[in-house]
Ligand binder design. Structure first.
Ligand code: GLN
Length: 567
């Protein structure tokens, strides 16, 4: 196994050598362990959730410094230009990176913020490599998938390991084994184990056990073939996670074990669970954390477990939540699936703190009018208008907000939902009947919502909005201030439009309170109505910062208002 000395020889980047591996100066193989999670059979069976739950145990319970990395094979530079209705929510990190929703899942389950270096796409790898080639860094070599592309990938992981002083780097490879899109990445993972030493890299395969209705029994052939595929690429998995609808049969696990050289105790059955918050607990019961630690020769750290105790407390709260509340979210159900993931998670993890469990009703707003809004709002305990772009359904959204305001039903407006709440107030209370957003009506006579000055000249689409974490100055004596308990907070943004400064006074005169704004610019960031129990909108996305163990105060306030009104 190459250790320090031969590791150096692997890094010789000259025209005479075939080796090209990249590592930052001072990198010590063996200091950081790697867990690589790959899928077989099909995608979408919970690789990300497994990764997040295992990471939760390793960091919250065992106290390791874990850095999770998501690789997506597509050629987009990041997720900023992806359609959320096709690919799921675009999650925004504090540093402004627009990325896959799995990053949100890691932040929530690890209870920490992650930087852009933890998200990698095929597009980013190739852009970096071509930039480097243009600057002559490959010393006249032809740039090849092996060793150059794979070398850059290993370099990326090692730089991440060193920068974070990580005990463990977890790498989730998007897609499944056998895809063209991730083939070079999986090859890089094979090389990683060759160079780091087999005892420093744990390969996990998340596979799926079929259970065709017509047969009524579990079939493992697809899983076997998937694992074979992985082994044909030179990767021997250390642990296999069998996802399935119903509990995985012992005999199925045995069969997989024989075919894959993986001891049966390390072939884990993981059937569907009702709540992902229980998953770390189940993994622990099945000793998955112990297995991984054994494979990697890791010893439990002393500082762990306090956070995990809190996690268990939350799980208990979830189990004992008695009050069912229904939140109406404007959006078309067939389009939503994963596109509002963080909002759903934020509701899910704040409700138990108020003894509630949440169900969501999707409200399609294109056909909502003043005459049917009441009927559509029946049985709804709180309303959210989430982030959005474009004109579709906006009049119906404004109608829902009016109904919520007039009937004192808790209302929470998120980004676009903040802008719509301002328009609703302008139209129905301030008498600005034609109030509009220039995003929807560019020639509006009452442009109450208009483009941010800094956005006016921008033409490119990717990564150009006002993005990521910005400070919010919170006004004393307001609901927002009571909830945050602070004069200044940091929240995450993703927008181009904002409240037109020319209308601020008019709105305030009629009772609307801007309780949060940018510290140095006149950008309104929170609005609220003091007369209502909770009628609050935010220009940012509090769902991106809300985590089960550190829930966002505004979500907590919203759920509290909803739960109290219900009792
Ligand atoms: N479309 C609005 C804007 O660009 C709102 C964006 C959002 O909801 N994320 O300002």
């Amino acid at each position: 196994m190459p250790k320090d000395k031969n590791f150096k020889s692997l890094s010789k980047k000259t025209t005479e050598h075939e080796f090209y591996t990249s590592a930052p100066k001072g990198y010590k193989p063996g200091r950081t362990k790697y867990i690589v999670i790959m899928g077989s059979v099909m995608s979408g069976v919970g690789k990300g959730t497994f990764t997040a739950s295992l990471g939760n145990l390793l960091s919250l319970l065992h106290g390791f410094r874990v850095s999770p990395i998501k690789f997506d094979g597509y050629l987009n530079y990041d997720a900023g230009t992806l359609n959320p209705y096709r690919h799921g929510e675009v999650f925004v990190l504090d540093d402004g990176k627009e990325c896959d929703l799995d990053m949100g899942s890691y932040e929530r389950m690890f209870d920490k913020d992650l930087p852009k270096d933890n998200y990698l796409t095929g597009g980013k790898i190739f852009k970096d490599i071509i930039d480097r080639e243009r600057s002559g860094s490959y010393l006249g070599r032809d740039v090849q998938f092996i060793p150059h592309v794979t070398g850059e990938i290993k370099g990326f992981l090692r730089r991440n390991a060193m920068k974070n002083d990580a005990d463990i780097v977890m790498v989730e490879v998007g897609g499944t084994v056998g895809d063209i899109e991730n083939s070079y990445f999986i090859e890089a993972m094979r090389e990683l184990a060759y160079e780091e030493g087999r005892e420093n890299v744990c390969f996990v395969n998340v596979t799926y056990i079929m259970e065709p209705k017509s047969l009524g029994e579990q079939k493992s052939k697809a899983a076997q073939l998937g694992i074979r595929n992985l082994m044909a690429l030179g990767i021997q998995p250390n642990l296999i996670v069998c996802r399935s609808r119903s509990p995985v049969k012992e005999s199925v696990r045995e069969k997989i074990s024989i075919y894959s050289n993986v001891p049966v105790e390390r072939v884990i059955g993981l059937s569907d669970v009702s709540s992902i918050y229980h998953l770390p607990v189940y993994l622990r019961e099945m000793n998955v954390d112990q297995s991984v630690m054994e494979i990697l020769g890791l010893k439990k750290k002393k500082n762990g477990s306090e956070k995990f105790r809190k996690w268990l407390e939350l799980v208990r709260k979830i189990d004992s939540a008695k009050k069912d509340v229904t939140i109406g979210i404007t959006g078309k159900y067939t389009e939503v699936h994963d596109s509002y993931m963080s909002i759903l998670k934020a509701l899910e993890h704040t409700a138990p703190y108020h003894g509630a469990s949440v169900s969501v009703e999707w409200i399609e707003t294109t056909d909502i009018t003043p005459s049917n809004v009441m009927e559509r709002m029946e049985g709804i305990d709180g309303i959210i208008v989430p982030g959005g772009f474009g004109a579709r359904g906006t009049e119906g959204k404004i109608e829902c907000i009016r109904y919520a305001r007039e009937n004192d039903i808790p209302y929470f407006g998120l980004c676009f939902g903040f802008q719509m709440a301002v328009l609703e107030y302008a139209r129905n209370v301030c008498g600005l009947k034609k109030a509009a957003s220039t995003e929807i009506d560019s020639d509006s006579k009452e442009p109450v919502i208009c483009i941010l000055p800094e956005q006016e000249e921008i033409e490119e689409l990717g990564g150009t909005m006002r993005l990521g974490g910005h400070d919010v100055r919170v006004k004393k004596g307001t609901l927002a201030h009571r909830l945050y308990g602070k004069d200044r907070v940091r929240e995450r943004f993703r927008h181009r439009f904002n409240v037109n400064t020319e209308y601020i006074e008019k709105l305030e005169k009629r009772g609307l309170v801007f309780s949060g704004m940018a510290p140095k610019k006149r950008i309104m960031q929170i609005m609220e109505l003091p007369g209502n129990r909770f009628h609050l909108g935010v220009q940012f996305h509090p769902e991106f910062t809300s985590k089960p163990l550190s829930p966002n105060p505004l979500y907590m306030g919203f759920m509290k208002a909803v739960a109290e009104r219900k009792s």
